[in-house]
Ligand binder design. Structure first.
Ligand code: AG3
Length: 281
């Protein structure tokens, strides 16, 4: 069956599969200095943002990804105060991080200011904390930012990147992770989105290996569903400088004082359960 223009389709390169979302309207299309940014209104997934034709966010399912990119790392660190978000221009991760009362400063370093400006217009609920006095938005190269950061600046670093192609490729490298290690305080925790377990198992293994090689003491991957990303099954890989990365502030998580829709204490513990083909621990 041919898909007509009332459907938005992201073909999953090399996988002979795709996701399609039924479209009501295309409401924005621009070429920023870095990429093509498109916004659609879908029939059943709310607003959709794509970058260079790849699904980044939909209203309906982004909460799973954004909560899993932030709360496990923040409940793993004993007392997160200074947080760095690399990428994350739609501000969904930033919004989740700011739910933690201990956090005093979140610096977000996104390459493409247009992604944030477009998100402010089309995803107001993701951007509703952008004016929080603890949030500092920088539009710059995250790789350079971390390379130049003063040693021991951050408690938590969150790498909310696109796929490992183009400018984002460097965000999956050992050299970058070494700089993250240096920029973190002694109990620092880093987490990066690490693609689909089904489609990119090799990449997940390589991310785990590179975190170890960069000096991190413990590394583990979290698994969660993300129905609009390739294969519908996603991962984030977390590493810690000094503590076990699967041990977290369980009581604080179980009695958290803010609302989430996916993350909770049980989900946090269960997300480390690894499929047999990716088992390392
Ligand atoms: N992070 C994007 C993950 C990559 C999705 N890949 C794809 N659709 N091929 C999204 C940023 C959300 N803050």
């Amino acid at each position: 069956m041919a898909l007509d223009k009332t459907w938005y389709t992201e073909e999953w390169a090399g996988q002979g599969s795709a996701i399609s979302l039924k479209i009501k309207d295309k409401v924005h299309d621009e070429k920023s200095p870095y990429q093509r940014i498109e916004i659609y209104e879908t029939e059943t997934f709310g607003t959709l943002m794509t970058l260079d034709g790849l699904v980044m966010v939909t209203d309906r399912d982004n909460f799973v990804y954004h909560e899993m990119m932030s709360h496990p790392a923040l409940f793993t660190h004993p007392d997160p105060k200074q947080v760095l978000v690399i990428g994350g221009g739609d501000c969904g991760t930033l919004h989740e991080v700011l739910k933690h009362k201990s956090v005093e400063l979140v610096e977000q370093v996104e390459l493409d200011e247009r992604v944030t400006r477009v998100s402010e217009k089309f995803f107001p609920e993701l951007c509703e904390s952008n004016n929080d006095p603890r949030a500092k938005l920088h539009f710059a190269d995250g790789i350079k930012w971390v390379a130049e950061a003063k040693p021991g600046t951050y408690d938590v670093i969150i790498i909310d990147s696109t796929d490992p192609v183009g400018p984002a490729a460097g965000l999956f490298s050992e050299a970058f992770y070494k700089n993250c290690f240096r920029a973190l305080r002694p109990q620092g925790v880093v987490v990066g989105q690490s693609e689909s377990p089904l489609f990119h198992a090799e990449l997940i293994r390589s991310v785990q290996k590179s975190f170890k090689a960069a000096g991190f003491r413990d590394v583990a991957t979290l698994f969660f569903p993300q129905c609009t990303y390739p294969s519908g099954w996603w991962s984030a890989t977390m590493a810690s400088k000094s503590e076990s990365v699967t041990t977290f502030r369980a009581k604080a998580s179980a009695t958290k004082t803010f609302a989430t829709r996916y993350y909770n204490h049980d989900i946090h513990a269960a997300a480390f359960a690894s499929p047999e083909f990716l088992r390392t621990r």
